[in-house]
Design a protein around this ligand. Structure first.
Ligand SMILES: [Zn+2]
Length: 329
């Protein structure tokens, strides 16, 4: 399989774009600027290129990583872009850096010891959810989120009883009280997120996990099915539950300033279409733009009512949501 994350680690977007466009208008220690060729810019210098990504802050608003640049500027497919980048006739492709950029760590699973502890947390808190102490949380998941028992089991959801400001030490990890949402992918536990009953931010992560640029339910993406990509975990769980057999569902997690790590891109390759359902805020739109730049098969969709898929489901019900999904695919 194409090792796109290794590929990207070797490429400095500033060098790549300079190879195509020539000397930048300016080049600082962290970025270069150009007239954006993608919208044939004449007046300003809206294209800003960083080491690991680029973005047009002018008319076209396009952006992405090295692969997205090759797709946009050379009008290549994702595969074509990767091939061109690996072909070796790009003199500016660098050898692996000694000082890995910060983003490189997002592509590597957490340390083994952390993973062992996290799996223990997932197991213990799942048992709690199934026990007497988990009753209230279970009711919440069923009646306020609409999740079925099968969905709750498949997702490995758990519960830690306690006040919303409380944290508990489980298997050596400091974990907030609330509903536990483990993030699995490629056979690895990447993180643990907890939805607290109150307080802001409502969702907290257990320290040591690496989900800030991850893909929730990425393992469930089945080749050949369209993907519905949401912001929140519960939206993806409901979408998967209702859209069984029609779509795969995945989420980026509801944090701000999100960009999915290149590591997860191959998951999108075998999908005939990618439906992106992000919140209308800036972070959601940024994430949507990044994902849309991955594939021509991607398009943004909205829910007919409610603020997200989960709310739509709770007001409209299973049949209506199922028909909405059917109409989209
Ligand atoms: Zn532009």
């Amino acid at each position: 399989m194409l090792d796109t994350h290794e590929l990207k680690a070797r490429i400095d977007c500033r060098d790549l774009v300079e190879h195509d466009l020539g000397k930048p208008k300016s080049r600082s220690s962290s970025y270069s600027t150009y007239k954006c060729p993608l919208h044939h810019e004449t007046k300003g210098y809206s294209l800003v290129v960083y080491a690991d990504h680029w973005r047009c802050f002018g008319k076209c608003q396009r952006g992405g990583d090295a692969i997205a640049w090759m797709q946009a500027y050379h009008q290549l497919s994702f595969h074509g872009a990767c091939e061109r980048l690996t072909s070796g006739d790009l003199p500016q492709v660098k050898q692996p850096q000694r000082h890995q950029p910060e983003s490189a760590s997002d592509s590597e699973p957490p340390e083994d010891a952390w993973q062992r502890a996290a799996r223990e947390v997932a197991q213990i808190t799942m048992d709690t959810l199934w026990g007497k102490e988990g009753k209230r949380a279970w009711d919440y998941l069923e009646t306020e989120r609409g999740l079925t028992e099968k969905t709750i089991v498949d997702a490995g959801l758990g519960y830690i009883p306690g006040g919303h400001r409380e944290w508990k030490t489980i298997a050596g990890l400091n974990v907030p009280c609330g509903i536990v949402i483990p993030w699995f992918g490629d056979g690895v536990i990447w993180g643990i997120k907890v939805r607290r009953a109150a307080g802001e931010p409502r969702y907290q992560q257990v320290r040591g996990g690496r989900i800030s640029r991850g893909l929730y339910l990425g393992d469930d993406i089945r080749p050949g099915l369209p993907i519905l990509l949401t912001e929140g975990e519960f939206d993806a769980l409901i979408a998967r539950q209702v859209g069984e057999g029609l779509i795969s569902a995945a989420a980026i997690g509801s944090a701000a300033n999100r960009r999915i790590h290149l590591r997860w891109y191959p998951k999108f390759l075998a999908a005939p279409s990618i439906l992106i359902r992000m919140d209308a805020d800036q972070a959601g739109q940024g994430a949507a733009a990044q994902i849309a730049s991955l594939s021509r098969a991607a398009r943004c969709v909205q829910v007919p009512q409610g603020k997200d898929v989960n709310e739509f489901y709770m007001t409209a019900g299973h049949e209506t949501v199922r028909r909405w999904i059917e109409a989209m695919v």
